[in-house]
Design a protein around this ligand. Structure first.
Ligand SMILES: Nc1ncnc2c1ncn2[C@@H]1O[C@H](COP(=O)(O)OP(=O)(O)OP(=O)(O)O)[C@@H](O)[C@H]1O
Ligand SMILES: [Mg+2]
Length: 349
């Protein structure tokens, strides 16, 4: 187990900078998830922690030791990739023990470690099989087993579940979370999956174009995004953002809805008013009319796309609604859980 301190980390490929000074503090035993759009630098950051990619400037400190110039094998880190590439000719047990064999550990020692990891991962009955005789989820568990037997200080995962089908992902998600609780290891984990990030992380790092936009617990990011990027990136369906303007009493949203509040903002300032689809209430006080465009019942809830004064909005309701496209629905957009951003800077007000 270990802490990881990432300070002012920069990376350029040739003359092209792709990371512009990233700071991420990681506590001992913490499960940290990196999210962000494709190409924002998540894999590059993981690979720099692992030592597979050089550091242009800045510092990575693992367990109090600066590792910038350490070889990957000396960093005491295990990385599990999306394409975990097991050795096809080796059995599960041989795949899992291979790194220990390379490290020159005794046969008895290797067997003990492999048996222990197999037990944790429910792989014991499969130890003599070849990878081709395993399901996708079982193969993914073998890849994790290879990492576990080494007792690394830090586990790095780069989208380890993205090759699995939806049902298996949910199962593996729970397994990885249980594994973390059991091993109490420090984990840095990259995913594209919002639900994975929200349900597994102690701390989420939202990255964008080689920078960190915000770091916080899943609910901190969801309930109090620092800026428009995080507000619209976290959450699915995404937060509605409506144009608004500051006036003397508060703000006018989409030219028709007057909401009170907002201290210290100059009259006339362009505002982005954010409200999550589930925070829009159907009916309610001060409701305004919207035109229903699309209705999607998912079973558990109803998703509605509607038009409000030229803006498209998404509403998620727990109710089963019978409204049809073209009809008018009255909705309340004034929520205590709404968000207000300055449009020019994108910053939360
Ligand atoms: N070897 C390389 N040479 C040049 N540029 C690279 C190299 N590897 C990555 N990049 C660039 O660095 C940036 C970050 O890439 P990275 O793979 O870290 O993104 P990512 O966040 O992991 O994206 P994805 O979600 O698609 O996996 C991208 O703009 C990418 O094009
Ligand atoms: Mg990547």
């Amino acid at each position: 187990m270990a802490t990881v301190e990432i300070s002012n980390l920069k990376k350029s490929y040739g003359a092209v900078p792709v990371m512009h000074g990233v700071d991420v503090p990681i506590l001992d035993g913490e499960f940290v998830i990196l999210v962000g759009p494709s190409g924002c630098g998540k894999s590059t950051l993981l690979r720099m922690i692992a030592g597979l990619e050089s550091i242009t400037s800045g510092e990575i400190v693992i367990d109090g030791r600066r590792v910038n110039d350490l070889e990957p094998k000396d960093r005491d880190i295990a990385m599990v990739f999306q394409n975990y590439a097991l050795y096809p000719q080796m059995t599960v047990a041989q795949n899992m023990g291979f790194a220990l064999e390379l490290a020159g550990r005794s046969k008895a020692d290797i067997k003990a470690e492999v048996d222990k990891a197999a037990d944790i991962l429910s792989l014991t009955p499969l130890l003599d099989r070849k990878p081709a005789q395993l399901s996708g989820g079982q193969r993914q568990r073998v890849a994790m087993g290879r990492a576990i037997v080494r007792h690394p200080k830090v586990f790095l995962f780069d989208e380890p579940l993205s090759n699995l089908d939806a049902k298996l992902r949910v199962k593996m998600r729970a397994e990885i979370k249980a594994l973390h609780q059991r091993l109490k290891s420090t984990i840095v984990y990259v995913t594209h999956d919002q639900i994975e990030a929200m349900t597994m992380a102690d701390k989420i790092v939202v990255m964008n174009a080689g920078r960190v936009e915000q770091i916080g617990s899943p609910l901190e990011l969801y309930d109090r995004p620092d800026n428009l990027f995080v507000a619209t990136f976290m959450g699915s369906p995404a937060m509605n953002i409506l144009p608004a303007k500051a006036n003397r009493m508060g703000i006018t949203v989409a030219g028709l809805l007057e909401l009170p509040g907002l201290a210290n903002v100059m009259v006339g300032t362009e505002i982005s008013y954010g409200i999550r689809p589930e925070d829009i209430v159907i009916g309610g006080e001060g409701a305004v009319p919207v035109e229903v465009l699309v209705i999607e019942p998912t079973g558990a809830e109803t998703h509605i796309t509607a038009r409000l004064a030229g803006e498209e909005i998404t509403i998620v309701s727990k109710e089963r609604l019978s409204a049809k496209p073209g009809e008018t629905l009255m909705v309340s957009l004034a929520s205590p859980r709404s968000h207000v951003f300055e449009t020019a800077t994108g910053r939360r007000i």
